[in-house]
Design a protein around this ligand. Structure first.
Ligand code: ADP
Ligand code: ADP
Length: 231
């Protein structure tokens, strides 16, 4: 089974419980939109799934395998993390060329040079920025940088794509390119996508299922078509 599943999850900071999910199960290949007010626990949910946050309790199944969260070490988490692509609201790039930023994940994974070149080219073409390959990442506009961050997440062909308000600071032109790229990628690869967004029309455009999170709980799951078109 290739689903991603969390059970009895509890994340606390100090004595404050910020996330308590009884059960959430994400089917392979489905595009999920995660919406809800600020502070609801949406980022925390993605950070737990991405193994960046250790919950106080609960279990997590990633790609069908049970992940023992209590004994999770860096070395056990790394191979799982490497199956996930993550794009946050603000791109963080290191000071090097666009090409080096996009290829880094593949170099970590010890891919052949020729394969790396081919995959990076493909990813840059996908986000329509192949002409910027040799440019330094710190000279990009905000919209370009975010599209490069997307290329960097997609180049590894993740099994799970995690997006945390990825278009919140983009202009409409870059939003439309960004949306088209993730939609095309999702259709072609059948990757599971979890996308946090404050933009309901965007959730409606992209997501197949919407989760509504409030006060640390998933309060509703809805099939997007049924939800937005209901009488
Ligand atoms: P409804 O649309 O009436 O909520 P669903 O079949 O969508 O019916 O959901 C039934 C219950 O299962 C609800 O409590 C919902 O929160 C939960 N649920 C729905 N989808 C999922 C899912 N993918 N993973 C875990 N729980 C879910
Ligand atoms: P959302 O993504 O829905 O805006 P978050 O998951 O970022 O919500 O945050 C949920 C709650 O957890 C908020 O009240 C936030 O202040 C709190 N929180 C998040 N990260 C930390 C942290 N590192 N330390 C303390 N509180 C945190």
């Amino acid at each position: 089974m290739n689903r991603v599943e969390v059970r009895n999850l509890q994340v606390s900071y100090g004595n404050k419980t910020v996330l308590a999910v009884e059960h959430a199960s994400f089917e392979r290949g489905r595009f999920y939109g995660i919406v809800g007010p600020s502070g609801a626990g949406k980022s925390t949910l993605l950070r737990v799934i991405n193994l960046l946050e250790k919950p106080a309790s609960g279990s997590l199944q990633l790609f069908g395998d049970e992940t023992d969260l209590t004994s999770l070490s860096y070395s056990k988490g790394l191979p799982l993390q490497r199956k996930m692509g993550f794009v946050a609201q603000k791109p963080s790039m290191f000071h090097a060329s666009v090409y080096e930023n996009v290829s880094l994940g593949l170099r970590y994974r010890k891919r052949e040079k020729a394969e790396i070149q081919m995959l990076v080219q493909e990813a840059l073409d996908l986000v329509e920025l192949s002409h910027l390959a040799d440019q330094r990442a710190n000279t990009l506009s905000g919209g370009e940088a975010q599209r490069i961050a997307l290329a960097r997440a997609l180049v590894i062909k993740p099994k799970l794509l995690l997006l945390d308000e990825p278009t919140a600071s983009l202009d409409p032109y870059n939003i439309s390119i960004f949306e088209r790229v993730i939609q095309t990628f999702h259709r072609q690869t059948n990757t599971t996508v979890l996308m946090i967004t404050h933009n309901l029309p965007q959730a409606r455009r992209l997501a197949q299922t919407c989760l509504f999170v409030n006060k640390g709980r998933i309060v509703e799951w809805a099939d997007t078509d049924a939800f937005f078109n209901r009488p």
